[in-house]
Design a protein around this ligand. Sequence first.
Ligand SMILES: NC(=O)c1ccc[n+]([C@@H]2O[C@H](COP(=O)([O-])OP(=O)(O)OC[C@H]3O[C@@H](n4cnc5c(N)ncnc54)[C@H](O)[C@@H]3O)[C@@H](O)[C@H]2O)c1
Length: 313
Amino acid sequence: MNYKFETATVIGTGMMGPGIALTLALGGVRATILSRKEDSARNGLTKAFEQLALIREHALAPADRCDRAATLIDSSADFDASIAQADLVVESAPEDMKFKQELFARMDRLAKPTAALASNTSGLSITAIQSACRNPSRVVTTHFWNPPHLMPLVEIVKGRHTDHSLAVALKKLLEDCGKVGIIVKRDTPGQLGNRLQMALVREAVNIVQEGIADVEDVDLCAKSGFGLRLPVYGIFEHQDMVGLDMSSSIVNYVAQDLNNDPKAPQLMNDLVAQGKLGVKTGQGFYDWSVKDPAAVRARRDAFVLDFLKRWRQ
Ligand SMILES: NC(=O)c1ccc[n+]([C@@H]2O[C@H](COP(=O)([O-])OP(=O)(O)OC[C@H]3O[C@@H](n4cnc5c(N)ncnc54)[C@H](O)[C@@H]3O)[C@@H](O)[C@H]2O)c1
């Protein structure tokens, strides 16, 4: 099928919705932020304009694109009309399977036959979500990474019944919006990025649990070692550079000793049981009563902005 994306509706005004709508507007799509109430829809629009100001300030998109985006984005609390006029709906509402299935069934009834229906789900099965629709082939995951107006990656995850040409059309659209779209061919837990990330988290906690190294040193190892090249040098590029003969012998030797449990290591579960949930309770792997979370976030944001500025050029 030939998809065209001139108008989009983004459901949700929380952490993700406004940045997704702004992304689409930067790609030339007329984007409506949809909420249940007028005032929260307007708040969502305000957030999107704040994000646009940041993008302008750091020249992360050409000025004329920013000017155009400002004219293309609006808000609404009229669910039926917003869904009915959209070529693309991106749902970024609560992460709950029953809720999303009911929402998609409703959207499937209201949307134009040619419209695409996407979920920003972080991990729910899009195959299960699309099973609630009469036309499951137009249902797909577009998983934006937080914060969505800055992070380049969007995972386009196909459910069992998703039309492949829809995934291809969305990849092109997202690239026009300045994003990096990747197609995940099969709907599995963790999609793609979180599969990689969780494998690393499990081993990092295991290393601390086994007394191989301390928390601070594991973080330093990631930040000043292999992590430093990851933004520019993919995993497989690196493997080919070092040579698969050497690399496979290292994997064969090390893999026998890696944590392979089908759950989080005990240390992590123990911290949770003790209420040590990280920054929000003041204690996690670090003691956040002495370490300043605002300073750590500011360091991350400055690094990401700096990287994006050079990456966009
Ligand atoms: N926060 C993240 O880091 C992140 C990253 C990637 C994907 N996601 C996914 O994006 C989706 C939204 O996450 P979020 O962090 O933006 O959530 P959030 O809680 O910040 O926002 C959810 C939004 O949904 C709205 N909402 C609640 N009930 C609703 C209803 N019945 N109908 C319509 N809207 C309703 C809320 O008002 C709110 O605007 C989830 O599926 C989540 O898994 C989140």
